[in-house]
Design a protein around this ligand. Structure first.
Ligand code: LLP
Length: 378
């Protein structure tokens, strides 16, 4: 039995959902659960967190909670969303990693017992009364960023995230003066990182900083960043990433290691269903227009991200040359794919855009006053 994406096996169900209405995001919860189990099988960590920003659908959050993942949040509203869905969750189980968040938001999270990460050493002076007496994590800039696009590489002075390694000594001193205990160090080098040893390397960098400055830091959170290859590329070797981290854990068993992926857990579990509105030819170029565009899924326009696209109404049909797959938004950049081999398409055909479960609906907008795709889980 070939390892077909779930949406091929569920073609009839997806066509039925599209008959009710399009555009729609559809999430396959068995795939979410499968990825959560694969992560916990291949990567031994002391704690597995889910970067909620990747997909905030209640059923997705619920499925990952049931698999034992804790939430990692980046805004007060993400924290509130998770807590509304999981009222029994101890706030201390939530890791909050804000960046340039307002003081009131940080103060509120600390007051409610959420675990907060300091992302800017200068706030220890500016907000001394907010931090005083709390146990915190520190987000360290790991120095070299990685990832699928410049917009998602989160290290180096050109990135707005984390504390410069050169400032950690002063931060440690200031924290001591405020009775702030740094109990964990955190780093996230970027998103969609192909190298399998990144988590292992990040752990080593954090351990060195803990050795130098933070004797109370027992937790090293190595962030997210696992890639989800598309376009027929080989799947990421999760077991190799697990081995790299295991090697570190053997060297330094005194540290707890946490991981917090987003994309890996949810990307393949989601598709965007859309319907062909019109087909047009200009010169040699064929345009296939859909009933939604960058207002629902901005990743191709923003990062040039590749998403597999299939004409579900004509599944298995041979490509009839290439096409520009575009949306209805008034921007030249409103395209899902350029020069993509694509079969015959007609008005009314249902199209599936794959690997849309991560950073799809959460990044949608109502640009042109076109409502983005609604979400449904199955
Ligand atoms: N932890 C932190 C602190 C993060 O900033 C992120 C993602 C993650 C974990 C999860 O990273 P992941 O495992 O999903 O790569 N919108 C972009 C991705 C932005 C990621 C932002 N931070 C995209 O669509 O590719």
């Amino acid at each position: 039995m070939p390892d077909l994406p779930w949406w091929r096996a569920h073609r009839d169900a997806l066509l039925a959902l599209a008959d009710q209405r399009t555009p729609r995001y559809v999430y396959h919860l068995d795939t979410v659960r499968d990825r959560a189990r694969a992560l916990q099988t291949h990567v031994r960590a002391d704690r597995y967190l889910y970067a909620v920003k990747a997909n905030g659908h209640p059923d997705v959050i619920g499925a990952l909670a049931a698999e034992g993942l804790r939430p990692e949040c980046v805004s007060w509203d993400e924290i509130a969303h998770v807590r509304a869905l999981r009222p029994a969750l101890d706030p201390a189980e939530i890791l909050y990693t804000p960046n340039f968040a307002p003081r009131a938001e940080v103060a509120r999270a600390l007051a409610e017992g959420v675990r907060v990460t300091i992302d800017n050493a200068s706030t220890l002076d500016a907000w001394a009364d907010v931090w005083r007496g709390h146990d915190v994590f520190v987000r360290v800039d790991p120095g070299v960023g990685k990832g699928h696009h410049a917009h998602v590489r989160t290290a180096g002075t050109a990135s707005k995230f984390g504390v410069d390694a050169a400032d950690l000594g002063a931060l440690a001193e200031r924290a001591r003066a405020l009775d702030v205990r740094v109990v964990g160090l955190h780093a996230h080098v970027g998103s969609g990182v192909d190298e399998t040893d990144t988590w292992g390397e990040t752990a080593r960098i954090l351990a060195a900083h803990a050795d130098a400055h933070f004797p109370d830091a027992r937790v090293l959170d190595v962030g997210g960043g696992l890639p989800v290859p598309t376009g027929g590329a080989a799947p990421f070797d999760l077991a190799a990433a697990g081995r790299a981290l295991a090697a570190f854990r053997t060297e330094r068993p005194e540290f707890q290691v946490w991981v917090e992926p987003g994309r890996y857990l949810v990307a393949d579990a989601g598709v965007l269903l859309a319907r062909v509105t019109q087909v047009k030819r200009k010169g040699d170029v064929r345009y296939v227009g859909l009933d939604t565009g960058m207002n629902s899924l901005v990743r191709p326009a923003l990062y040039g991200a590749h998403h597999d696209i299939v004409n579900l109404s004509r599944l298995g049909a041979e490509a009839e040359g290439v096409a520009e797959i575009v949306g209805p938004i008034c921007e030249t950049g409103d395209a899902f794919a350029h020069a993509r081999p694509f079969p015959h398409a007609e008005e009314g055909d249902v199209v599936v855009i794959g690997t849309a479960g991560a950073y799809g609906a959460v990044m949608a907008s109502s640009y042109n006053r076109r409502a983005p795709a609604e979400e449904v889980a199955m």
